[in-house]
Design a protein around this ligand. Structure first.
Ligand code: FAD
Ligand code: SF4
Length: 573
């Protein structure tokens, strides 16, 4: 079936990247059609765009039954470490983010830090590392600052602008003060401070007070991995609602984009072809195509479309965050199931000091960086039941809850270096339920990540013991030792980046500094595919800030500017 719909822009994906694009473009007067392969559980598409009420604090629904999709049996992905593994080691769930209206933003717990100036210039500031293609970003922090501020206002970020001594300058405070602290985080933050680290209240895209017509968070405790039953999380509800309110945005859920349609040269996009929930095939013609399927699905879609790829880099430089988990068990309950999933962070394990350089040199590296460290609660009840041995003692152990209520965890979102051999491409055999080739990750860690983890893990164990834990241990994702099939080497990270890297040179990058494809004149990418390096910070605020910047430029809106006052180190707009 042919659908003659015509619009200024067709946006593929409704996560933070797509929702932000729709918001900016509709505000600029553009007509936008958004296509989302997942179902709509988020908000009514008619005024007043109320929450649908499908969300509940139900662990089985969200963790086991793929309520927000994708079902890995219907949409498998495959994984191998390198070509030496053959076509694949594993097929099924690989780094899945929700496939649903709102994408991963719908259920993330939304710690939303900014990058620091050094993160945009790692090659100039820190230097190269053998085996990795570290590059500078084509933009810098000062240029992105006003867009960060705009992103924080759009989503509604609660935070304390003075709390993190490593943070860059800002043009203003956060829109909201931080919400209440979790009990366990107070213990580990105090212990970290005593040992010389600098924990701070996490900037979070969750309302601490009523904001933008949505209520304050009630700290229900089912935050990360769950949608918010009361819409206290702003991303991507806020931009989607803004776009719908203009009357110029149409959202079509359960619409799987099969192909981006291009002219004969592959250098001009005409629109997209998609299949709906009833297997009917449609085409949407558009002046501009906005690719926002996430850093895994975007390259997969591009590679199966006849889009020009002169650099051969679409899909390459796949990056995650190398996660180091330090778990501590306490002799008393911590109530980690109450509150947002994470209320405190520290940046210390990203700072390259003399001790880091000495340890690095001993391991054949010039330097290394870890990542943002999250102070978070233990697991959830069904998960605890699965990991508690069956038998007569089971009930008592569940009541005691030593495997949940007595646990606390640090997670380092460690920087993952860009390697050309790490990539997304199309699996030669496995297909999804739509008949399209599955995406395949070829991924192995760089020694940098391993050395950083081995250095910082013991420091976190010491903080955990200082906080009162009777014992602490360290694990990583991907694990440093896999099983014999190598299956357990797959990363569990949901921070996915780098597969259409941004740069000025079309020979070494896929999109330019405005996120326009070098090869396709009327197509942009607004998701984290464009990140040239992974940094050690969660990607989402940077995705949103970059998308605002790219889409304002696309729509011909004035560039945003802010300036930094010389004396205070803090900026004025
Ligand atoms: C539990 C959890 C916690 C997280 N916490 C944080 C955090 O604290 N801080 C942080 O920065 N990040 C966090 N993240 C990561 C965050 O969710 C992602 O960075 C973010 O969602 C990426 O946004 P995106 O729009 O690029 O992609 P996505 O959110 O993945 O959205 C892409 C959308 O495109 C759709 N799509 C893809 N292909 C097609 C197609 N062919 N046709 C139609 N639709 C398509 C998908 O279904 C999806 O809905 C977390 C993730 C998880 C899972
Ligand atoms: S903890 Fe707050 S933001 Fe998170 S799901 Fe519950 S009410 Fe929503």
């Amino acid at each position: 079936m042919h659908d003659a719909t015509d619009c200024d822009a067709v946006v593929i994906g409704t996560g933070p990247a797509g929702a932000t694009a729709a918001d900016v473009l509709t505000a600029a007067g553009w007509s936008v059609v958004m296509l989302e392969k997942g179902r709509n559980h988020l908000l009514a598409l008619e005024e007043p765009f109320a929450p649908l009420g499908h969300v509940s604090n139900d662990e089985i629904k969200f963790w086991r039954r793929h309520f927000l999709g994708p079902d890995p049996f219907l949409e498998p992905r495959t994984y191998r470490r390198g070509e030496h593994d053959g076509d694949r080691l594993f097929s099924g769930e690989v780094n899945n983010l929700p496939s649903t209206l709102g994408g991963g933003g719908f259920h993330a717990d939304a710690k939303l830090p900014r990058l620091r100036a050094v993160d945009f210039k790692p090659l100039s500031e820190l230097g190269p590392i053998d085996g990795a293609d570290i590059v500078d970003w084509p933009i810098d922090y000062d240029e992105l600052e006003p867009y960060y501020a705009e992103a924080e206002r759009l989503i509604g970020v609660a935070g304390d602008a003075e709390a993190n001594p490593f943070a860059e300058w800002r043009s203003g405070p956060y829109p909201m003060p931080p919400g209440p602290d979790m009990f366990g985080a107070v213990l580990t933050a105090d212990a970290a401070t005593r040992l010389g680290y600098h924990p701070y209240r996490a900037p979070t895209g969750v309302n601490s007070v009523p904001y933008d017509g949505r209520p304050a968070c009630n700290n229900c405790g089912f935050c990360g991995h769950y949608g918010c039953p009361i819409d206290a999380k702003g991303d991507p509800v806020a931009p989607l609602r803004n776009a719908l309110r203009t009357g110029r945005c149409e959202i079509r859920a359960e619409s799987y984009v099969e192909r981006i349609l291009v002219d004969g040269s592959g250098k001009r996009a005409r629109g997209v072809r998609y299949v709906d929930a009833h297997d009917a095939v449609h085409e949407v013609g558009a002046r501009v195509v906005v690719v926002a399927g996430g850093a895994w699905e975007s390259p997969r879609l591009l590679l199966r479309s006849e889009v020009a790829n002169s650099s051969g880099l679409v899909g390459r430089y796949l990056m995650y965050h190398f996660q180091t988990f330090v778990v501590g068990q306490f002799p008393f309950p911590l109530h980690g199931h109450r509150g947002r999933s994470v209320t405190h962070l520290h940046d210390d394990h990203m700072i390259v000091d003399d001790d880091v350089r000495t340890f690095a040199r001993r391991h054949g590296l010039p330097y290394f960086r870890g990542g943002l460290t999250e102070h978070g609660g233990g697991g959830s009840p069904v998960m605890e039941g699965i990991y508690t041995a069956p038998g007569r003692a089971h009930t008592n152990e569940m009541l005691e809850s030593s495997m949940r209520d007595h646990l606390w965890a640090f997670t380092i979102q460690g920087e993952d270096l860009p390697q050309r051999t790490n990539r997304i491409d199309l699996d030669p055999k496995i297909r999804d339920v739509y008949g399209q080739p599955a995406g395949r990750a070829t991924y192995d860690v760089h020694r940098h990540e391993v050395v950083a983890s081995r250095y910082f893990g013991p420091q976190l164990e010491a903080i955990m013991r200082e906080a009162g834990a009777t014992f602490a241990f360290t694990a990583t994702s991907p694990p440093l030792e896999g099983d014999r099939a190598g299956r357990r080497s797959a990363s569990m990270s949901r921070h996915i980046m780098g597969t259409c890297r941004m740069g000025d040179d079309p020979r070494t990058s896929v999109v330019d500094r405005w996120q326009r494809f070098h090869d396709v004149e009327n197509m942009i990418c607004t998701d984290s595919s464009v990140f040239p390096t992974s940094t050690g910070y969660g990607p989402t605020l940077t995705i949103v800030a970059l998308a605002i910047r790219a889409c304002r430029e696309l729509a011909g809106l004035p560039r945003l500017r802010s300036s930094r006052p010389a004396e205070t180190g803090r900026a004025q707009v």
